[in-house]
Design a binder for this molecule. Sequence first.
Ligand code: JFZ
Length: 458
Amino acid sequence: MTRKLWIKRSLIFCSALALYLIPSCSQKQMRISSSKQPHGYTRTSEQDMRWWRESKFGLFIHWGPVSLKGTEIGWSRGREVPVEVYDNLYKDFNPVKFNAAQWVSIAKASGSKYIVITSKHHDGFCIFDSRYTDYDIMSTPFKRDVIKELAKECKKQGIKLCFYHSIIDWHHPDYLPRGEGDNRPADDAVFERYVTYMKNQLRELLTNYGPIGILWFDGEWDPTWTHEQAEALYAYVKGLQPHIIINNRVDKGREDMHGTTKEGNFVGDYDTPEQEIGKLNKDRPWETCMTICQQWAWKPNDQLKSLKDCIHTLVGVAGGDGNLLLNVGPMPGGSIEDRQVERLKEMGDWLKKYGQSIYATRGGPFKPGSWGASTHRDNLIYVHILNWSDDTITLPPIPNKIIAASVLTGGTATVKQIKESIEISVPQTSRRPLDTIVVLRLDGPAGQIPPCDVSQLN
Ligand code: JFZ
């Protein structure tokens, strides 16, 4: 829809009463007071972070020989699958249906702007060609460097390639502590030797495949991994690719599954909530990672999330100023399940129509809640109404004047701005089951408005 059209397609707009500047959304904007340590250092410049911040949506891919078993990647080693069995799965890994062009097209069609793939998970298997181990893709019957083929396609189709790389490596003889059910003695293991191995492999990953968008570390929680090692690793990676973005799981500051970073001088450019939507935070970048089903790696008949779930997650994340990294687990044959492809395509179709309310927006000013979420860009606020408990949704007042309003998802709305509140009413026929997006045009930039609570009454 053209810009003109949607402005036209608008509504009954009550520019009511609100000519005053309303002191609102009080000035208690979250700020890190200078006496405190920062919650993680975003050392990468704003300029280098911009492509990622504006992308808002990425595709996570967890894949490896474990897909032959349908159990969880890494974690099922020594649990559901005995270590000797798990560590030999690669000998049968022959994903002949793997087609990089197809995978990248699926990512593109979903509307995601970057792909993060497991170059190595906790199980230690390397899905790329590494001269430092034989536990890699070139030692499987497949013998094709998946990462090389993906890198080529990503470049061709214009999407950023990124790596998930696990610090934990339960397969490597020098990694400590040993994984569950792994009875190899640890007496001769030298952890520093493992660190050298990991760095050698990161050099391969960061010099053989062109520019990489993100290094998404994981498995930082074992006590053998220290803050000093994290600092050194961060610097090492940046030395190889100065513009790369590195998540907070490189260092020891992550606070459980909320993925936020504790106070202190922890490295890592952004926070990583897992399987949950992060809280609104405009000071510290973050990205929720979430599975499209239940398991990270492919599992037969895994429970697939509904389109509504997926869209609500994306909107909730964008409304909190974060990114969404949505995960799929390809099958042992090399293809991605049709129903997952279909779901991703549906998301992409929705984004084609309404992506202007997601991409390159910032979260807020109205804080996300069960009612919905809001995003903003320039003078526009996108109010995403996800759940209706009443005909009218009441938002807190903002200091700016609303000079126009429209419904991006079609139909009409009545917007009433008074001193105490903003009231938005949308008739039944203009409400959409996934998301009803009301666009408010302000007399000034929406980014200046401090985040404000939406009353629980909505
Ligand atoms: C980690 C991985 O372990 C997981 O397999 C997946 O790759 C995800 C994106 O990141 O998530 C964790 C981290 C820690 C625990 C569980 C999952 N834990 O301590 O139980």
